[in-house]
Write a protein that binds this ligand. Structure first.
Ligand code: SF4
Ligand code: SF4
Length: 201
C-alpha cells in the first residue's frame, strides 16, 4: 500500500468531520447570523455605517493629492517634472513657464493629475524635492459624470475645502506638526495658481 503523503490535505475528510449537507449549511448560516448581529449599530463591531460614519485613517493614508503653497500663496511646485517621471500610471501632466521670481527658475502653468488613472501609490510625493505635492486622507472620490471630471488641475488641487475635513495624508519629508500650515485651506488664495504669462517664443 502506497504511503500517505503528509503534505496532502484531505479536505473531504475535514468536511465530513465538520458535518456536511444540511448540518454544514446550518453551521454556515450560524456564522453569517452571528456576524450580522455583531455588525448591528451600537454593537462592538468593525463594520461602520458608511457614509454616515467615517473611519479615521492614519496620517500616512494615500488619498487625493494636494499642491502645497508658499507663505505668500504661490505654488511651491517648480515644474521639475520629477513627479511625472516617477508616476507609474503616467497620469501627471505639467506645463512649465518662466517664473516671475528670479530665485525660482520655473513654475507650473498647468499641473494636472488624472485621478481616474491614479493608483495612489505615492511615488510622485516621494519624488518631489520641494514638498510641493502631498496627499490628503480624502478617499471617497467619485463622479456621476465623465471620468474627465476626475482630471484635477491646479485649482482643484489647491482649492478643495474638503481637504480641511479629511486632513493631511502621506508625504515622506514633512514634519507632521508642520504640514497643516502648508495646506491651501490655511493660506490666502494662491496668487501663482493663476497662470503666469507664457514665455516669449
Ligand atoms: S499616486 Fe502614484 S499613480 Fe497617482 S499620480 Fe502619484 S505616482 Fe502617479
Ligand atoms: S510637484 Fe514637485 S516633483 Fe512635481 S513638478 Fe512640482 S516640484 Fe517637481
Amino acid at each position: 500500500m502506497a504511503k500517505k503523503d503528509s503534505r496532502v490535505v484531505d479536505v473531504t475528510a475535514q468536511a465530513d468531520a465538520l458535518g456536511a449537507g444540511v448540518g454544514g449549511m446550518t453551521a454556515g448560516f450560524a456564522v453569517t447570523l452571528r456576524n450580522m448581529v455583531r455588525s448591528l449599530p451600537g454593537r462592538n463591531s468593525v463594520t461602520i455605517q458608511y457614509p454616515e460614519q467615517r473611519k479615521p485613517y492614519s496620517r500616512r493614508f494615500r488619498g487625493v493629492h494636494v499642491l502645497t503653497l508658499r507663505p505668500d500663496g504661490r505654488l511651491k511646485c517648480v515644474a521639475c517634472y520629477l513627479c511625472a517621471t516617477a508616476c507609474p500610471a503616467e497620469c501627471i501632466s505639467i506645463e512649465a513657464a518662466e517664473s516671475p521670481d528670479p530665485a525660482v527658475e520655473k513654475v507650473a502653468r498647468r499641473y494636472e493629475i488624472d485621478l481616474a488613472r491614479c493608483i495612489f501609490c505615492g511615488f510622485c510625493v516621494d519624488a518631489c524635492p520641494e514638498e510641493a505635492l502631498a496627499m490628503t486622507r480624502e478617499y471617497d472620490l467619485t463622479t456621476r459624470g465623465r471620468l474627465t471630471e476626475l482630471r484635477y488641475g491646479i485649482e482643484e488641487l489647491t482649492q478643495r475645502p474638503q481637504i480641511a475635513d479629511y486632513g493631511a495624508g502621506y508625504r515622506p519629508h514633512m514634519q507632521y506638526p508642520l504640514v497643516e500650515s502648508y495646506l491651501p485651506t490655511n493660506l490666502p488664495p494662491p496668487a501663482a495658481a493663476s497662470s503666469p504669462e507664457a514665455p516669449a517664443p
